[in-house]
Design a protein around this ligand. Structure first.
Ligand code: WTA
Length: 651
């Protein structure tokens, strides 16, 4: 069977995997009573976890819950950069590797905690020199280079709020985020390398700062001479030049309130523009620190590699804040998995002796497609725990991961969570939980998750429903930046005081959670979350387009792929060039990761009599299914026409 066919086989996997005895014996969390303890006294449990952080002043109260607004560890004072950097410089971790950075060209840098601390101090001096103060917003548009986490930590050190924008986002998306947060400073680079190609970051940044209140742009010289970027001496500041002028003395860690904002990170929702998710200091840090100890079982000697870009929440929590708050060694890799060759990830694992590896199902399916010969070229014996995040992992991919990467000895942690959650909420504890391929298993200790029907009752085993969290948790989002009403409606509008995730799931007889996917118009392409409304408004901004509907159809590697159904204005021809223009419009408005895979021109879109586009029918057409109920359609003939068009398309 070819790898492609293999991927398509729907394997029924009934095997379960208990924690290996040796793993269990040494695990940070191996007493199953922890679940009961946390359930009986959640506040006591979370307070115990918060004690693992260093507080300048202890909190007066664990939780203030005025649904849907929560305050955690009120009255407590702490600093995230102190917890992630300086406190480790004071003890035996001073000269331990904090960040191992591997560049795409095979170049590398290793920062010990002490070195990282000096870089963060210098950068904090730069921020202050550029007029940044506590509470100001700083936008960061950087590739996976060390200056990215260093900038984040420097912001945290002086109490500025960072908003990181993934480097593949367009100038327009960057502009939206800087306008919404009213950012004062933008940190970017001249360019970045991706798969051997240069990406002109500063050109995008130059466009993006127009019509914003950004006062200065701090530019890292990442690719040097080849970059060829323009330079405005009144506005642009060269990172290297300014850094050289900065004093060497440490910058004090600002004493932040537990509830002071640490960062804002944008994510796609069902409607309208992306939401600025607000995370605060004490609760966020408590949860991410708890999860690296419990779910990832991080120990002093581990090398932890989360392959996510820091531009996403997974990178915030599991490249930066989680591992560093625990004084662990975190690895960050600048490049892509298939450059220079398809064995690149395994090359990196072997080179640094990575012991915990965390990636997305879409990557695992890509590795499967490439075949095991690439993994077999390398010694992966350093690995002891492997994880998955971002979308449901199909059992075939789980088994492949188990066999070829985990060599049948590493537990797999399939971790479910969201940007809004800040940290992992549903996942096995590898020293306790027996895993089932395809299930994220159970809520982690202290998390009260459930699956509800429309009336708010827990569903019976086997039935689907809405995945919710019934009690507050420390790293929950506090609000949507600048729009608390949207926060309340989007997340707490369905059931009173209960967080609605927007995912559908079911529970099995053993109480294991099986996440099926989104309940709304959010698609998940290669683990990237995109809102269909956002994509549609990008497409209709093209002058030749009258109307558009975007859906995610199942895709063997990406999980979902984007199909755009587009109606052109009168007299405009649906040529191949026009298809490219439509795709390009999305790249321009949002970014490369949102480029639709296919564009289908159609005379009309299926709509209900109240003019709602029926995306469900479009999905049926795109996935080649029998088209569902069309009785509520205003013009059922549209569907027949679309089916014909879709079958006639060249891929
Ligand atoms: C999906 C990424 C199934 C889910 C951390 C969620 C998953 C969305 C899993 C959040 C998983 C994430 N199993 N589905 N283990 N992990 N998801 O905000 O639909 O980029 O709502 O956060 O990804 O995506 P986000």
């Amino acid at each position: 069977m070819s790898a492609e066919e293999n991927l398509n086989t729907l394997l029924k996997e009934n095997r379960t995997f208990a924690p290996p005895e040796e793993f269990k014996a040494k695990a940070n969390f191996n007493d199953p009573d922890v679940y009961k303890r946390a359930e009986a006294d959640p506040e006591g449990y979370w307070s115990e976890q918060a004690q693992k952080l260093s507080w300048f002043k202890s909190y007066d109260k664990v939780l203030d819950w005025d649904p849907p607004h929560a305050k955690w560890f009120t009255g407590g004072k702490l600093n995230a950069a102190y917890n992630c950097v300086d406190r480790h410089r004071e003890g035996p971790r001073k000269n331990k590797a904090a960040i191992i950075w591997e560049g795409e060209k095979g170049n590398n840098k290793i920062y010990t905690y002490d070195m990282l601390g000096r870089e963060v101090d210098k950068t904090a001096h730069m921020l202050m020199e550029l007029g940044i103060k506590r509470g100001d917003r700083v936008a960061i548009y950087l590739p996976m280079i060390p200056e990215l986490p260093i900038s984040m930590l420097a912001c945290a050190k002086i109490g500025a709020i960072h908003t990181v924008v993934f480097a593949a986002y367009s100038a327009k998306a960057l502009n939206d985020r800087m306008s919404d947060t009213d950012a004062k400073l933008l940190i970017t680079a001249d360019g970045s390398l991706r798969g051997g190609k240069i990406i002109p970051l500063k050109d995008n940044a130059d466009k993006a700062v127009k019509d914003t209140n950004v006062e200065k742009m701090l530019v890292v010289g990442n690719i040097g001479k080849e970059s060829n970027t323009s330079w405005n001496p009144d506005f642009d500041v060269d990172w290297g030049t300014l850094k050289d002028k900065m004093p060497a003395n440490p910058v004090p860690n600002e004493e932040m309130d537990s509830e002071d904002i640490l960062y804002i990170l944008y994510t796609s929702g069902t409607t309208g523009k992306p939401k600025g998710i607000v995370h605060t200091t004490g609760g966020y840090l408590t949860s991410v620190n708890h999860s690296v100890r419990s779910v990832f079982d991080i120990k002093e000697e581990d090398v932890f590699w989360c392959t996510a870009d820091i531009g996403w929440v997974t990178g915030h929590s599991y490249v930066v804040y989680g591992p560093l708050s625990q004084g662990a060694t975190t690895l960050m890799y600048e490049g892509v998995p298939n450059y220079p060759e398809r064995d690149q990830f395994w090359n990196v694992v072997e080179k640094y002796g990575v012991s915990i590896f965390y990636t997305a199902p879409t990557s695992i399916r890509m590795f499967m497609k490439w075949g095991p010969e690439h993994t077999e070229k390398h010694d992966l014996s350093s690995l002891r725990l492997i994880g998955s995040v971002g979308e449901p992992i199909n059992p075939e991919a789980w088994m492949w991961y188990h066999k070829y990467i985990g060599k049948e000895k590493c537990p797999i942690v399939d971790t479910w969570w969201q940007t809004e959650n800040g940290s992992i909420l549903i996942a096995p504890l590898p020293g306790i939980t027996t895993t089932k391929p395809g299930s994220a298993t159970k809520p982690t200790p202290g998390i009260n998750a459930d699956i509800l029907d429309k009336n708010g009752n827990s569903v019976a085993p086997g039935n689907g429903g809405s995945l919710v969290i019934k009690s507050p948790w420390p790293s929950m989002l506090r609000t949507v930046w600048g729009d608390d009403e949207r926060f309340q409606n989007s997340y707490y509008g369905d059931y009173k005081g209960v967080y609605t995730s927007g995912d559908v799931a079911h529970k099995d007889e053993d109480g294991y959670f099986w996440v099926l996917g989104r309940d709304d118009d959010v698609v998940n392409v290669s683990g990237h979350r995109l809102g269909t409304m956002e994509l549609e408004s990008a497409i209709v901004s093209h002058q030749s387009v009258a109307e558009a509907a975007v859906i995610g159809r199942s895709h063997v590697v990406k999980g979902q792929a984007l199909t755009a159904f587009v109606t052109l204005k009168e007299g405009i021809k649906g040529t191949e060039e026009m298809k490219d223009e439509v795709k390009q419009e999305v790249v321009k408005q949002i970014g490369k990761m949102a480029r639709p895979e296919e564009v289908i021109f159609t005379a009309g879109l299926p709509k209900t009599s109240s003019a709602k586009i029926m995306r469900r029918l479009l999905r049926d057409i795109a996935e080649g299914r029998v088209v569902g109920d069309t009785s509520t359609l205003e013009d059922p003939a549209v569907v027949e026409d679309l089916k014909e068009k879709y079958q006639g398309k060249e891929d």
